[in-house]
Design a protein around this ligand. Structure first.
Ligand code: SF4
Length: 82
């Protein structure tokens, strides 16, 4: 089964033409969690994290977002799949 994450955030390191996310894994979190955690708290740590309620889609974010050209792209433990 082929699965894709579609994303239109084109300044992210993991964004690819065609509106695809090419991260091998991502972490979707509440805005509050995303705002308070460092770059290294990401998808690779998901089994250690406590799930939370968001309330609406406007209160969720992609924690794996990192700007293109950032010098922190290796801190999240996420890799490009192609
Ligand atoms: S990591 Fe998140 S923001 Fe970046 S391309 Fe993937 S889904 Fe979009």
């Amino acid at each position: 089964m082929s699965q894709h994450i579609h994303c239109i955030v084109n300044d992210c390191h993991y964004w690819k033409q065609g509106n695809l996310c090419v991260a091998n894994e991502i972490l979707v979190a509440t805005d509050k969690f995303g705002a308070n955690q460092p770059e290294n708290v990401d998808a690779s740590m998901s089994n250690q994290l406590t799930a939370q309620s968001a309330g609406s889609c406007m209160e969720t974010c992609c924690k794996s977002y990192i700007p293109k050209g950032s010098n922190k792209i290796t801190q999240d433990g996420v890799n490009k799949i192609f």
